[in-house]
Structures are given as C-alpha cells and as structure tokens.
Design a protein around this ligand. Structure first.
Ligand SMILES: [Zn+2]
Length: 345
C-alpha cells in the first residue's frame, strides 16, 4: 500500500533528498515524519519507563514468579494506554510460554496498518531470580532488559503519533514483550511454535536487548545472512539518525536473544545490543547508570526503519523446510560472579 501517488510526490521528495544529501525512496518517511519520531521518542520517556520496570517492586522479574506476572500486567497496561489492540489468541494480549501457571506470558499487541505482511518490534521483560544473600539481592535489570521494553513502548508511541499525522506504518506492526529469555529463549521459542501470523508473512523482526550502556551513540546490530533485509532498512534509516552502527560484528550473539528462534525459521531478524558491561547480570544493573539518550536514538532508528520497511513491496516467503543454521560457536567467556545462564543476554 502506497501512501501517495508517485506522480505527485516524487519531485518534492527527490528534491528533499538532494538537499539532505541522501537518496530517498518515494515511500520513505518524509522529513516531517522523521522530526515527529525524534520529538516523540525522548530520553526522558525512556528513562521513566526503565525506572518503573527496573524498580525493586518488580523484584527482578524472574520468568517464573509473581514478579513476572506483575511486569507483564504493567506492560499490557502501557500497550492499552498507547491504544494498541490485543495481539494474542482469543482477543487477549497474553500468550502462555509453557504450561506452568507460575510462568508469566508473552505480552503481544498490534498496531494495524493497511498493507501486506507484518513487522515485529520486540524485547524481553524477564530477568533473574533474586540472590539469597547480600545487602542488595535484586537483579533490577535496567539495561537488561527494561531498556529494550522501554524502547518497544517508545516505538509504539511513535507509530501512533505518525499515524495521527497521516504518515503511519504501511502494514501492521506487532509489538511483543517476551518472557523467559534469560531461561533459554522460552518466550520467543513458544511464539515461533504458535505464531500469531504466518512466519512467511513477517517482513522483519527488530529485537532490542540491552540498548542503554557503553560508548555514546554506538549500537551493535546482528542478524547475519538471514537478517540482511532488516539491516538494509536500518542502514538507510540511520542516514537520518546518525548512530555509529556496528554491523554483524558478533555472529556469536545470533542465538543469544529472542531473534534466534526467528532466524532459525528463516525470518529476517536482528538484535540490537551493547557489549556486555561491568553490571551485566549483576545486582548493580541500575537505572542511574543507563544512557537513556542512546536507548532513545536506537528506538528512533527502529521506528523509522520499520515505517520505511512497511511501505516497501512485499512477497511472502516460503517457510523454511528445516531450521536454518545461524550462529558460529560462542566464544568462551570468563566466568562471572554468581552466573545465571550466562549465555543469554
Ligand atoms: Zn537480555
């Protein structure tokens, strides 16, 4: 679905492209839309969401605990407030990740668009079980991964604002907060086993996991060969955002977060992440230490790339007959204090 007739829009868009020194596609977001995305997705909004989700009241959001349920409810309420529709079966936001009643669900919401195909914007909300001893027992997981959930919510708000301004997504965007990532990608594996839309109709998956630490204005993006279409959209969108992108420098990360199960099913997917840092999987992963400006710019990049991608022509893919091999053997990392599944992001 195109937003404008090519005849009427092509000349001014090409002219704007020349002024900006970039090559714009007739269906790409206009400068006004880019400005709207930047003004809607702010560091302050990101920090506020991270602060709530990583507070001690959320208890560390261990996937199989009342705290996971509390976090799930918080995220669903945010999706409802933004105006997203339920995206799971039976008009619900909740998709169970396993049969254990103590496990929190995946929270799935949709924002409708007119065209073919679907785009997924995702992050995991679970983190780690509290320590038994010590003064600070709670793994707050501000960067891992309240930052990614805050980014997901920020993209949803931007989609709403762009639609209101008459320049929204050209296809339906699905927002997912996965549970059980830290326990072995349980939520995303459950999703690809019972997808809410055919996997062959997913244009791309933007998965954010730890997006708020490290050098300013730098982010790692990994999708390998299967993720290439998403990376192409991101490179183009980044002409308007200007982050330093580390592209496909970590093939060992492809199976370390929720993009993995999608990549294995041949669904183009990428991970946004920072390098492991001193507070990674430690009780000191606190909101005071995050770079909310970096998280905001990553979310801006996702919103813009998703909008552009949603207006491209799309042909559904055939489903992969068998799982695709995606990852190189993981590098051996030095043991960390009290590790809990140190292979997961
Ligand atoms: Zn993580």
């Amino acid at each position: 679905m195109r937003r404008f007739s090519t005849q009427t829009i092509l000349a001014p868009v090409v002219f704007a492209g020349l002024i900006l020194g970039t090559t714009l596609h007739a269906d790409d977001a206009t400068p006004a839309t880019i400005a709207l995305i930047k003004s809607t997705i702010t560091a302050d909004a990101l920090r506020a969401d991270v602060a709530e989700l990583s507070s001690d009241e959320m208890g560390g959001r261990f996937f199989r605990s009342p705290f996971a349920e509390k976090a799930a409810k918080w995220i669903q309420a945010r999706f409802e407030l933004i105006g997203l529709a339920p995206g799971a079966a039976s008009d619900s936001y909740r998709q169970p990740i396993d049969k254990n009643v103590e496990s929190g669900p995946n929270i799935i919401a949709t924002y409708p668009g007119p065209g073919d195909g679907f785009i997924i914007v995702s992050s995991h909300y679970d983190h780690l079980r509290p320590k038994r001893t010590g003064e600070d027992k709670i793994f707050n997981g501000a960067d891992d991964n309240a930052s990614g959930v805050a980014g997901t919510l920020a993209v949803a708000r931007a989609m709403k604002a762009c639609t209101k301004a008459g320049d929204g997504a050209g296809c339906t965007i699905i927002f997912i907060a996965f549970n059980g990532e830290e326990a072995g990608l349980l939520g995303s594996s459950a999703y690809v086993k019972s997808p809410t839309v055919p996997l062959g109709q997913i244009r791309g998956v933007f998965n954010m996991d730890m997006i708020s630490r490290g050098p300013p204005r730098e982010i790692f993006i990994d999708g390998g060969k299967v993720g290439e279409p998403v990376v192409a959209a991101l490179k183009k969108a980044n002409q308007s955002i200007g982050l330093k992108l580390h592209l496909d420098e970590h093939p060992d990360w492809l199976d370390r977060s929720d993009q993995g199960p999608f990549l294995r099913k041949n669904v183009p997917a990428v991970l946004f992440s920072v390098e492991d840092h001193e507070d990674y999987h430690q009780v000191t992963d606190h909101v005071e230490k995050i770079d909310a400006g970096l998280a905001a710019e990553v979310a801006q990049l996702v919103a813009l790339a998703a909008i552009n991608m949603s207006h491209d022509a799309f042909t559904p893919r055939a489903e992969a007959p068998k799982p695709v091999k995606i990852a190189e053997p993981a590098k051996t990392e030095p043991a960390k204090a009290e590790p809990q599944n140190p292979t997961a992001h």
